[in-house]
Write a protein that binds this ligand. Structure first.
Ligand SMILES: [Zn+2]
Ligand SMILES: [Zn+2]
Length: 249
């Protein structure tokens, strides 16, 4: 195993948060002690923005009115159904950001939340695939957050996690791009190295956050071309759908 300071700091932090002789932890959100093996206290859990209101039936993002959202009407998200545990706001967004900034142990809590969602929303999944990162991006962060989530989900769910695709070159940061620009930015960056693992399978794609759905959509296309039978997606958070129509000038 490669030496990683980030990994070491993360596991030291995790160790420091535990009580040696019991199974009590401190809340991953507020830091108060919680009992009975829980990682989030009742108060924080009640305040988390679970994505349970009106959502788009395709991309699963929160929206104002029932029905397929405007983004999906313009271009469907490329999977049969995508769902997320939380709307990307408040403590849920902060948990994901902390996780991505190096607090790898949070992958356990977030992976468990993902498991509760997937167990409820999906069935007949043959394999889980995390959205891959480039080697250099993994080196920088110390881990691939989607992979950490997928591993925890697979372990809880009893579904195998496979890695049939690599991400070959760095793309520009997606943050400031719309879905169409995001797609152009991603084109050609994913390469299938194991078609056999994908062929005829129902696959669940896992990532930390769905913003416009461009990454999931592009990745789903790659898996579909490699012979996947059915595609689904699950993320910890997703960004609320707002009209993608350009504002009139
Ligand atoms: Zn708490
Ligand atoms: Zn949608």
């Amino acid at each position: 195993m490669k030496f990683s300071i980030k990994k070491m700091v993360s596991s030291l932090r995790e160790y420091g948060r535990r009580y040696d002789d019991s199974h009590n932890y401190t809340c991953d959100v507020c830091g108060r002690e919680v009992f009975g093996g829980e990682r989030i206290c009742e108060r924080c859990r009640a305040a988390l923005p679970y994505n349970v209101g009106i959502i788009c039936p395709l991309c699963g993002r929160r929206e104002k009115e029932e029905g397929i959202c405007l983004t999906c009407k313009q271009k469907p998200v490329g999977v049969k159904k995508a769902r997320s545990v939380f709307n990307h706001e408040g403590d849920a967004a902060r948990l994901v950001v902390r996780f991505k900034r190096g607090e790898e142990y949070l992958g356990r809590t977030l992976g468990d939340e993902l498991y509760a969602l997937c167990n409820r929303e999906f069935e007949g999944i043959d394999a889980i695939v995390a959205i891959p990162m480039t080697e250099s991006a993994i080196k920088k962060r110390g881990f691939n957050q989607a992979e950490v989530l997928a591993e925890r989900l697979g372990e809880r769910w009893g579904v195998p996690v496979i890695a049939p695709v690599i991400k070959a070159h760095a793309t520009r940061p997606q943050k400031f791009l719309g879905r169409r620009d995001r797609e152009a930015n991603l084109k050609g960056s994913f390469h299938v190295k194991d078609r056999k693992a994908v062929g005829g399978k129902s696959i669940l794609i896992v990532d930390d956050t769905m913003t416009t759905g461009a990454t999931v959509s592009e990745f789903a296309d790659v898996l579909r071309r490699a012979g996947a039978k059915e595609l689904y997606a699950a993320t910890v958070t997703s960004v609320e759908e707002r009209s993608p129509l350009p504002r009139q000038k």
